[in-house]
Write a protein that binds this ligand. Structure first.
Ligand SMILES: O=C(O)CCC(=O)C(=O)O
Length: 314
């Protein structure tokens, strides 16, 4: 992602700016209500068992080309204009995509789940200077990744928007049953573990998921890459558990544009200093914009919380 210094950030707070950037996309308050729900991916219940042992899953071609292609084009367009790619979450189509997989995701993470939290969008142009994020586990919630019954409290959802393979930086995982736990550190991978690493080529429309104890990373692109690797990721978390991050939304909620700005801003702030992606350069202007919209979002959440509690007390 390139820097956006000198940008008039005031415009970014208007839906019209993003709609002019990607006129084929839409922005409304209630994206989930109009999302078409897909049937559960075949074998989802069996996969749930594998989620407990290996920790990662792949649902090939879960989303149709006419669902993912507009989103891919939006990420590519944002990147080509030097706009931060997570702003693709300003558009309804991304939220609808996750909602359309509701029945598959329910089987994996529990009914009435929430989505959001630490989201991102990647566009890796072909060639050896592009790289996915380095090896890590999504374990910032430390011991809160699993319930007492062993089922995950949250899983990561990664969707290929373009075909990803070993030439353009597909995902790699170390299955959890092949992993000696390194106490949260990714140092000291043994040869035995290295030989158990699996490449996860994924055609556009494929959903990958993993639990918080799975070591994973995005590969490097190569001079043999034919196309950019483009993808999006966020969390799904159980709703019968405390919200792990403040920016999780239920699939029956509204997600107004101003909240999306807050959610995107939180992600920009969270990942700004991350060693996972040295390409994120946030200008002072971008940081000020993100801070303002993140704070507005938090204030709104506090008000909603107070209103809900007042309702309970009455
Ligand atoms: O797409 C990538 O390169 C990295 C994705 C990832 O590591 C994550 O979403 O946690």
């Amino acid at each position: 992602m390139t820097d956006v210094d000198g940008e008039d950030f005031g415009r970014w707070a208007e839906p019209s700016f993003w709609l002019e950037t990607c006129p084929w996309m839409t922005i409304s308050d209630l994206p989930f209500q109009t999302a078409q729900r897909l049937d559960p991916a075949p074998g989802t219940n069996l996969e749930r068992e594998r989620q407990l042992t290996e920790g990662y899953l792949r649902f090939d071609d879960l989303f149709a080309a006419d669902t993912v292609e507009p989103i891919r084009q939006a990420v590519e367009t944002l990147d080509s204009l030097g706009l931060p790619t997570p702003f693709v979450y300003a558009f309804d189509e991304v939220w609808k995509l996750y909602a359309s997989a509701e029945s598959t995701l329910e089987a994996l993470v529990g009914e009435d789940f929430l989505v959001g939290g630490d989201l991102w969008a990647w566009h890796l142009p072909p060639g050896p200077s592009s790289s996915g994020w380095g090896p890590h586990r999504d374990d910032q919630f430390a011991n809160e990744g699993f319930n007492a019954d062993g089922n995950p409290t949250h899983i990561s959802l990664w969707v290929a928007l373009s075909d990803a393979d070993e030439t353009n930086g597909c995902m790699y995982v170390l299955p959890k049953d092949q992993s000696e736990w390194h106490g949260g550190s990714v140092d000291g991978l043994t040869l035995q573990e290295a030989s158990s690493v699996r490449a996860l080529p994924a055609s556009a429309g494929t959903l990958l998921s993993w639990t918080s104890d799975v070591l994973h990373w995005g590969g490097k692109s190569t001079s043999r890459a034919q196309r950019a690797r483009t993808s999006i990721c966020l969390y799904a978390q159980r709703n019968d558990y405390r919200r792990l991050t403040t920016d999780m939304v239920g699939l029956s909620s509204s997600v107004p544009f101003v909240h999306r700005l807050g959610i995107i801003s939180r992600a920009l702030i969270r990942y700004r200093r991350s060693a996972l992606h040295p390409d994120l350069v946030a200008s002072d202007g971008l940081l000020a914009f993100a801070t303002e919209h993140e704070q507005r979002f938090q204030k709104w959440l506090a008000v909603m919380h107070a209103v809900a509690n007042a309702g309970t007390d009455a």
